[in-house]
Write a protein that binds this ligand. Sequence first.
Ligand code: 5GP
Length: 187
Amino acid sequence: MAKGKLIVLTGPSGVGKGTLLQALLKHHPELYLSVSVTTRAPRPGEVHGRNYFFVSRGEFERMVAQGELLEWAEFAGNYYGTPRAAVEEQIAQDNWVILEIELEGARQIRHTYPGATLIFILPPSLEELEHRIRGRGQDSDAAIARRLLRAREEVNAASEFDIQIVNDDFDQALEAIEHALYATAAC
Ligand code: 5GP
């Protein structure tokens, strides 16, 4: 019998966790991906309600004050948070919920949901990561510099997570995530 579960996917900017996540959701459409709230401006092609709920700082602060976020953090000058209601509803219905969030948020979840499965995606190397972030060409130089600094901090905290997966070969990394989630599901 299925039981609700919270899964946290964390890894530095540019590590490819978004692409891994999309592939995982394709293989397992029963997984529920939480859509975060952010004060960051939408990137080209991003859709409100699908990629994020894009809100003002004022609205974000109101949500924090009202306890509407399960966790939240500031990242590279913007706020990001997980809406509480949808996640709790899905877990109550015995669904598996995935949060794709940064380190501070993952730490908060580890405290509030000790049963959560925390997965950290590592780059093959920091040099490779820098190459990927710059190659993406989506952010300003200042934003890239902030993201690189944060990436180093995050990689140093990888051992805090239950499972560490290196995204060197995409298919192998995806398989490792699936194994981490489903190999223990029968327990
Ligand atoms: P991006 O701006 O590249 O979409 O996301 C920046 C970082 O914020 C990524 O590491 C992403 O995982 C993280 N992030 C996205 N949504 C949330 C959230 O709801 N909470 C937290 N703590 N981090 C988030």
